[in-house]
Each structure stands twice: as C-alpha cells, then as structure tokens.
Write a protein that binds this ligand. Structure first.
Ligand code: IYR
Length: 222
C-alpha cells in the first residue's frame, strides 16, 4: 500500500500559563460530566447529533481503519422495541444472571432492570464495532485493536455530548445481540455500547460519587 501524503500538523500550542489555565478549566468542565438516567424528551437539532458523531469518529484507530458504525435512533417505535428487548435482558440479569458480588457493587448506584430513558431520550446512539470489514468482492478485511479503537471513539462521543450541554450514559444491556437484529446490522458489526442522548430533566439526580485522587491513579517515574 502506498504511503499517505504528509501535510503540516496544524494543532495549536500555548504558553505555559495559558496551558495551565486551559487544563484547569477543562478538568473542571469534564469533572462535571455525569452519567444521567433522567431525561426530558425535548428535541435536539439533528445537526448537533451529526457533529457529535463526527467528533466521535475523529478518534484514532488501529491502522486508521475506523472500525465503527453509529446507529442513531429517534424513531419512537424503534426506541420502544429497543427498550422492550433491553428490559427483558436486564430483568433476567437483575433476577439471577448477575452474580451476588456484581449486584452488591451496583447497589450504591441504584440501578435496576427498568430503562425508561430508552424511550424518553430523543436519541439513542448505538455504537457498533466492526470485527472486520467487508471488501467490494465480499472478502473479509482485517481491523486491528478494535475494542481499543471503539472505546476511544466512545470516549470522544461522551465528551462531545457533554460539550453540547447534553447528557448521556453508557448502557450495556447484556447480552446485546438483540441490537444487531433490531437494527439489521451485518454479521461483521457487533453492538458495543448504547448511549441515550438528551437534556437532563430539571430535577435529575446523580449519585454523590467520589473520584479517586491523583495519587491513587498515578505512578510517577521521575
Ligand atoms: N447493564 C445493567 C447493569 C449495570 C452494570 C454496570 I458494570 C453498571 O455500571 C451499571 C449497570 C444496567 O444497565 O442496569
């Protein structure tokens, strides 16, 4: 394969002081991001969702294969079908399929099998990972570091949603194959994450979580 043409890098650099100010502000901003489960049905401009997805799709990926598809659902019937199927799986999860340890770890978050946000939020973005690509003649084409790549895109997605002043959560109904069937995705696409997007309800509440301090999550070799 031929090398890409190389072009000048156009990213910005800042003075030390400006860098510090920007990072303090960005940290404060990102630290406010929370998984929210109470949504309003207030519509969101489609153009905003498009930009959010373009942001997610700007993530780096193994060999730049961009091994992802974002299914964007606003159709109320499809949202209902997704809610119904997700709740069926989650009911089984919460009533025996999840281990005692798992249920105990989830208890502080107050989650249960009911997922009304799947119908209330104006958009559901279902992130699919492409285990492989399919070439023009139906041949299988390899993708690399698919989970890492799609995980990065999902991180960009959540960041972009927050930047828009909207809220999201990462819902991972398990097993998730029903999404592949409902959304009629090809064999090479596997559901990775379901992300409702919307405005937080005015009285939305979130658990009062503590984040690990820097020293607990960092090891320095200086
Ligand atoms: N998928 C279930 C259970 C669940 C699992 C984890 I790990 C969470 O952080 C939260 C929930 C659900 O969505 O309720």
């Amino acid at each position: 394969m031929e090398q890409y043409p190389f072009i000048p890098y156009e990213g910005q650099q800042y003075s030390t002081e400006e860098m510090q100010e920007r990072m303090n502000a960005f940290y404060e901003y990102m630290d406010q991001r929370r998984s929210v489960r109470d949504y309003t049905d207030k519509p969101i401009p489609k153009e905003v969702i498009e930009k959010i997805i373009m942001t997610a799709s700007s993530a780096p990926s193994g060999a730049h294969k961009q091994p992802w598809t974002f299914c964007v659902v606003s159709d109320p019937e499809m949202k209902s079908a997704i809610r119904k199927a997700a709740e069926e799986e989650e009911y089984t999860n919460y009533h025996g399929r999840m281990s005692e340890d798992w249920l105990r770890d989830l208890a502080p978050l107050g989650t249960d099998w009911k997922k009304p946000f799947l119908e209330v939020a104006p958009y559901l973005i279902i992130v699919f990972k492409k285990a492989y690509d399919i070439g023009e003649n139906g041949e299988k084409l390899k993708n690399y570091y698919v989970n890492e790549s799609v995980g990065l895109a999902a991180g960009f997605l959540l960041t972009a949603i927050h930047q828009a002043g909207l809220v999201s959560l990462t819902h991972t109904p398990s097993p998730m194959n029903f999404l592949q069937k409902l959304l009629k995705r090809p064999e090479n696409e596997r559901p990775f994450l379901l992300v409702p997007v919307g405005y937080a309800k005015e009285d939305a509440q979130v658990p009062k979580l503590e984040r690990k301090p820097l020293e607990d999550v960092t090891v320095w070799f200086e």
